[in-house]
Design a protein around this ligand. Structure first.
Ligand code: MLT
Length: 240
């Protein structure tokens, strides 16, 4: 199973899943520019993120995977599917959206790129943190995610924001995923990619299942790790 994290985060958002899904073969890399991966000045796009992942799988000698992408990770999963559909055995889309950015969304990306260049990662933390969680989230989780964002190098943040700004519309892909076992997961209180978007994805992918995680916002794997891991495990078991 290949886990693809969201923006501006890193592989540690999957900590509970990596610790709990014992007996499974799990791969959770940091995307370029985030976590402990290199952060080159250039080379950020959905294509290069997906190419990096396929190169990693090739290096590990892994053929087929179940993809699990959260938000930006979902955008990368869509690109991976466009190019390497035969290597995908199953799909979990978590708190993501198929559409490209709107004109307004692009202006917001540009504004955040400007603030990140001027102020550093703190600008990304201030933009994202207030929208990530439910009101009930623990201060420890907020702090853990704040530190994760603050560790992210500026070229990685700027690169991811421009890659998301330029990403294609993946809506036409969805109906082509017929025959691919798919689970669409969403935090019931996600205000970035609300449940209505997940419902739309689940309706568009033939046979896809939908599950809402109560008490979670945009990062159910972090805010409600136990039910999220349980849902992933159930899905994995259904593939055998
Ligand atoms: C994410 O969580 O990866 C981001 O919220 C995605 C986005 O900004 O489009």
């Amino acid at each position: 199973m290949l886990f693809i994290h969201g923006f501006p985060l890193d592989r540690t958002i999957w900590r509970h899943q990596l610790e709990s899904l014992t007996g499974q073969s799990l791969i959770a890399p940091d995307l370029r520019g985030m976590g402990q991966s290199d952060a080159p000045d250039l080379g950020y796009s959905m294509s290069t993120y997906a190419e990096d992942l396929v190169a990693l799988l090739d290096a590990l000698g892994v053929g087929q995977v179940v993809l699990c992408g959260l938000s930006l990770g979902g955008y990368v999963a869509f690109e991976f599917l466009r190019r390497w559909r035969a290597r995908v055995r199953g799909l979990i889309l978590m708190d993501t959206r198929p559409e490209a950015d709107s004109a307004e969304g692009r202006r917001a990306r540009d504004a955040l790129i400007g603030r990140v260049r001027e102020q550093g990662a703190i600008a990304a933390a201030e933009a994202m943190l207030p929208r990530f969680f439910t009101a009930q989230v623990s201060p420890e989780i907020i702090e853990q995610v704040r530190m994760m964002i603050l560790r992210t190098p500026v070229p990685g943040l700027v690169g991811a924001l421009s890659a998301m700004r330029e990403r294609p519309d993946s809506t036409p892909l969805l109906e082509t995923l017929i025959g691919l076992p798919t689970l669409v997961l969403v935090g019931a209180e996600d205000m970035i990619t609300p449940p209505a978007i997940a419902q739309g994805i689940a309706m568009a992918i033939p046979g896809a299942r939908l599950m809402e995680i109560p008490g979670a916002g945009h990062l159910p794997c972090v805010e409600q790790p136990v039910p999220t891991t349980r849902a992933i495990l159930k899905f994995l078991q259904s593939l055998v």
